[in-house]
Ligand binder design. Structure first.
Ligand code: Z5A
Length: 248
């Protein structure tokens, strides 16, 4: 966890989650958004799942080693992810939001829905029950889904990994990653109020500009300039602000 700026104000903070397939650039983009929010005077907490709190980081080691899957398949994994999330939400996310910080989280429950649900065949009933217990009504204010062709994402991840062995999830084949991408696109289409699908191809700064426009429009209530990466589209991106006040 990294706290980027001193706390200001007393209202409840904003909760943004980042999702996407392998190598989509979530960590890179969270860092860039945290820097921009800090410059805008917002206190931000950067965190991740699985992990983010001391207890959840211990469970992270088990999960990435593949032991959860080995003992009980996707259901056991879903239970372990839920245990980690429960600790993370209670000890880190809720307190940070309560003191008015923005929380930027690398993966959250959409990852469970996609990896353990869509790809692991864990039943919606179990997933819903786990979601009720771990997060209740505390849904993210915004979920940024980074969308990238599978081959590009896998190439990026391989470069970053270097000589290290792939973990339990990185070791899956290209077909798995294609289904993953489809599943995330379906979530984005089904929940447009909460989710935004962002084209994650291009230089990190360009992708960061795309995300920043959405954050300004949906959460800061600032008018948009022009959508980056679309020369000649000046002014087309102007929309009425959808900024919503989050109850304290
Ligand atoms: N999982 C699950 O199954 N169920 C759950 O409920 C949860 C998680 C919460 C956690 O892996 C695994 O747990 C995850 C799903 C599962 N498995 N997978 N795969 P993790 O935390 O170790 O890693 P990750 O979340 O998958 O992250 P990632 O995909 O490996 O990386 P990323 O954060 O999306 O990307 P990055 O680190 O920012 O960038 C990757 C490389 O690309 C790096 O070298 C960057 O410098 C480079 N990069 C980034 N952006 C760009 C651009 N724009 N151009 C060129 N190069 C770039």
């Amino acid at each position: 966890m990294v706290e980027q700026a001193p706390q200001t104000g007393s209202s409840r903070g904003r909760f943004i989650t980042f999702e996407g397939g392998e190598g989509a650039g979530k960590s890179t983009q969270i860092k860039l958004l945290a820097e921009r929010l800090a410059k805008a005077g917002q206190a931000t907490v950067v965190t991740r799942e699985p992990g983010g709190s001391p207890g959840a980081e211990i469970i992270r080691h088990l999960l990435l080693s593949g032991i959860g899957h080995l003992i009980g398949g996707s259901e056991a994994e879903a239970l372990l992810f839920a245990a980690a999330r429960d600790d993370h939400v209670r000890t880190l996310i809720e307190p940070a939001l309560a003191r008015g910080a923005w929380v930027l989280c690398d993966r959250f429950y959409d990852s469970t829905r996609v990896y353990q649900g869509k790809l692991g065949d864990v039943s919606p009933a179990l997933l819903n029950a786990l979601q009720d217990v771990t997060i209740g009504a505390m849904k993210p204010d915004l979920t940024v889904i980074l969308d990238i062709p599978v081959e590009i994402g896998l190439k990026r991840a391989a470069v970053r990994r270097g000589a290290e062995a792939p973990d339990r999830f990185e070791g899956e084949n290209a077909d798995f990653h294609r289904k993953l991408r489809d599943a995330y696109r379906q979530i984005a289409a089904a929940e447009p109020e909460r989710c935004v699908l962002i084209d994650a191809e291009g230089e990190p700064k360009l992708v960061a500009d795309r995300i920043w426009l959405t954050v300004q429009d949906r959460m800061l209530g600032w008018p948009q300039a022009k959508p980056p990466g679309k020369p000649g589209a000046k002014g087309r991106g102007k929309t009425k602000s959808k900024a919503k006040a989050r109850s304290a």
